[in-house]
Design a binder for this molecule. Sequence first.
Ligand SMILES: *[C@@H]1O[C@H](CO)[C@@H](O)[C@H](O)[C@H]1NC(C)=O
Ligand SMILES: *[C@@H]1O[C@H](CO)[C@@H](O)[C@H](O)[C@H]1NC(C)=O
Ligand SMILES: *[C@@H]1O[C@H](CO)[C@@H](O)[C@H](O)[C@H]1NC(C)=O
Ligand SMILES: *[C@@H]1O[C@H](CO)[C@@H](O)[C@H](O)[C@H]1NC(C)=O
Ligand SMILES: *[C@@H]1O[C@H](CO)[C@@H](O)[C@H](O)[C@H]1NC(C)=O
Ligand SMILES: *[C@@H]1O[C@H](CO)[C@@H](O)[C@H](O)[C@H]1NC(C)=O
Ligand SMILES: *[C@@H]1O[C@H](CO)[C@@H](O)[C@H](O)[C@H]1NC(C)=O
Ligand SMILES: *[C@@H]1O[C@H](CO)[C@@H](O)[C@H](O)[C@H]1NC(C)=O
Ligand SMILES: *[C@@H]1O[C@H](CO)[C@@H](O)[C@H](O)[C@H]1NC(C)=O
Ligand SMILES: *[C@@H]1O[C@H](CO)[C@@H](O)[C@H](O)[C@H]1NC(C)=O
Ligand SMILES: *[C@@H]1O[C@H](CO)[C@@H](O)[C@H](O)[C@H]1NC(C)=O
Ligand SMILES: *[C@@H]1O[C@H](CO)[C@@H](O)[C@H](O)[C@H]1NC(C)=O
Length: 530
Amino acid sequence: MSTSKISLCLLLCLSFFTCINSDELQILLNLKTSLKDSKSNIFSSWVSNNHFCNFTGITCNSNRSSVQEIELSDRNLTGTVPFDSICQLQALNKLSLGFNSLYGTISKDLNNCVKLQYLDLGNNFFSGSFPDISSLSELQHLYLNLSGFSGVFPWTSLGNMTNLVSLSVGDNPFDPTPFPNQVVKLNKLSWLYLANCSIEGRIPVEIGNLTELINLELSDNNISGEIPSEIGNLVKLWQLELYNNQLSGKLPVGLRNLTNLANFDASANFLQGDLSEVRFLTNLVTLQLFENQFSGEVPAELGKFKKLVNLSLFTNKLTGALPQELGSWADFDFIDVSENLGTMKILLMLQNNFTGEIPASYSNCLTLERFRVSNNSLKGTVPAGIWGLPKVTIIDLALNQIEGSITQDIENAKSLAQLFAGYNRLSGELPEEISKATSLVAIELNNNQFSGKIPASIGELKQLSSLKLQNNMLSGSIPESMGSCDSLSDLNMAHNLLSGQIPSSFGLLPTLNSLILSENKLSGQVAELF
Ligand SMILES: *[C@@H]1O[C@H](CO)[C@@H](O)[C@H](O)[C@H]1NC(C)=O
Ligand SMILES: *[C@@H]1O[C@H](CO)[C@@H](O)[C@H](O)[C@H]1NC(C)=O
Ligand SMILES: *[C@@H]1O[C@H](CO)[C@@H](O)[C@H](O)[C@H]1NC(C)=O
Ligand SMILES: *[C@@H]1O[C@H](CO)[C@@H](O)[C@H](O)[C@H]1NC(C)=O
Ligand SMILES: *[C@@H]1O[C@H](CO)[C@@H](O)[C@H](O)[C@H]1NC(C)=O
Ligand SMILES: *[C@@H]1O[C@H](CO)[C@@H](O)[C@H](O)[C@H]1NC(C)=O
Ligand SMILES: *[C@@H]1O[C@H](CO)[C@@H](O)[C@H](O)[C@H]1NC(C)=O
Ligand SMILES: *[C@@H]1O[C@H](CO)[C@@H](O)[C@H](O)[C@H]1NC(C)=O
Ligand SMILES: *[C@@H]1O[C@H](CO)[C@@H](O)[C@H](O)[C@H]1NC(C)=O
Ligand SMILES: *[C@@H]1O[C@H](CO)[C@@H](O)[C@H](O)[C@H]1NC(C)=O
Ligand SMILES: *[C@@H]1O[C@H](CO)[C@@H](O)[C@H](O)[C@H]1NC(C)=O
Ligand SMILES: *[C@@H]1O[C@H](CO)[C@@H](O)[C@H](O)[C@H]1NC(C)=O
């Protein structure tokens, strides 16, 4: 080859290169103009004397001739997206603009981005309906969740996207639609987020074909009918969210096969039958089935699930005993049972028909934060240690038939903000040590059989806002120190045996709203204090 031929070739190459270069550069500078209101200053590198492949958020191909990726998610961007020009970037395979404040409608020009494998427009403020995108047949990840789209979603476009792995279009106010049958043909899907996007009718049995699914979220729709048993084929599922629909029938046989399930929530439906299918789901971290019509006993196995953190079964028709142990490690031979610390944080079993006593093992569950078993038929005494659980923020035992007293160990309850134990058969004196539970905001011990004096130390509860002690047999005088409970706004001690003067210190309480002291043997006028 002659030198001149080589130079000619080089020249051609160079001009070709420059030509592509300037196109790509122009398109990006145009994008910068459209998104000019950025607070994040990322466009400072987007200047024409910098190579466009060096622009923040831009990734090029290896010879730096064309843009392959635009990654500008979570950058405080506002403005509209000029798809007409962006989709002239012929090598663009990733467009990530999620978690910004972008607005406007999405034009059909998006269809020219035919190489796209990753499209994230989620978590923005777009409007209008989303266009048909049938030509984006190489898409693997599509995120449009919580982006303001409405109208009819172009489900038919998904027919071409046979490689789709993630599909997230939930949290958009689409027109009501049956479950889109295009979706159950996408057999590579591992992530499906269709929550809160107006789906109604049944879950199709073909859902069982999506055997790669790890996450399936259909909550906050209007889905009715039964949960299909084919869901048991989805053995890779890690999360199954079905809450807030109109589902009825029983938990399907086959659910037991979902042994990788960590999070399962079918709360707020019309589900019934027992919980026996749940016995096998040993890897559960959260199990929430509240506000249904489940009946029968809670399977004992639940107490042995080592990873269980949240167990929320409230407002059902469950019977029998509360499960023994909580997130138990007891079957690990090398750990002494006395060191069984548990993993449970949230135990919400209120509004059922549980009987028996609170298991003594619960006092080992030092991780417990919320303990609510009110409105059942529990009996017996509260096991030693429960009153003083170090992380517990709420203890709710109200509306049972629990006996015994509040023990001194309540001094260890440093996180306790709400103590609800009204309408039981609790008795004995209130311990002085209650004043060491300094996080207390609300105490409701009304309608029990407490007796003796109100401890003078109660004045140390500076956060205490509501104190309900009515309908007990408390006697002696009201401690003057109660006037130091600076946050007190709601005080009811009616129907006790209290005597003596109403403390003048009550007049100093800055936020006292309601004071009820009737049916005692007190003297002095409340009105004179204010
Ligand atoms: C977005 O803006 C907020 C304040 O408006 C700022 O705190 C935050 O760091 C910004 N984020 C980015 C990625 O620039
Ligand atoms: C782009 O960045 C590369 C290395 O990251 C650097 O060598 C080059 O000089 C930069 N080009 C421009 C035009 O800034
Ligand atoms: C750069 O690489 C792409 C493939 O990634 C190729 O199609 C293109 O021709 C190359 N351009 C130049 C100027 O070498
Ligand atoms: C919502 O979209 C964002 C991207 O915008 C994505 O990171 C997130 O995983 C999506 N949420 C769900 C539940 O799919
Ligand atoms: C997408 O599918 C439609 C039929 O639904 C077909 O007409 C079109 O050619 C397909 N597009 C691509 C890019 O495959
Ligand atoms: C449902 O989606 C709407 C947007 O359409 C959103 O405002 C709302 O917060 C979502 N609801 C839930 C429970 O996430
Ligand atoms: C999908 O599921 C249905 C019913 O469960 C079944 O009859 C069909 O063969 C499945 N299709 C594919 C492609 O696996
Ligand atoms: C749910 O569907 C029922 C009919 O099945 C309808 O009466 C109801 O209005 C729908 N609710 C919502 C929130 O769309
Ligand atoms: C659970 O899976 C096993 C093994 O794959 C299978 O034999 C059994 O039929 C499945 N059980 C149900 C109830 O689907
Ligand atoms: C448990 O439930 C609480 C609220 O009830 C929630 O904030 C927390 O994230 C849940 N924990 C897990 C591991 O999901
Ligand atoms: C107690 O639970 C029953 C249902 O078991 C319910 O009807 C009743 O309203 C609940 N009582 C309170 C005070 O919440
Ligand atoms: C609780 O169970 C008993 C029988 O054990 C039954 O008589 C009673 O009606 C049930 N209460 C509720 C509220 O379901």
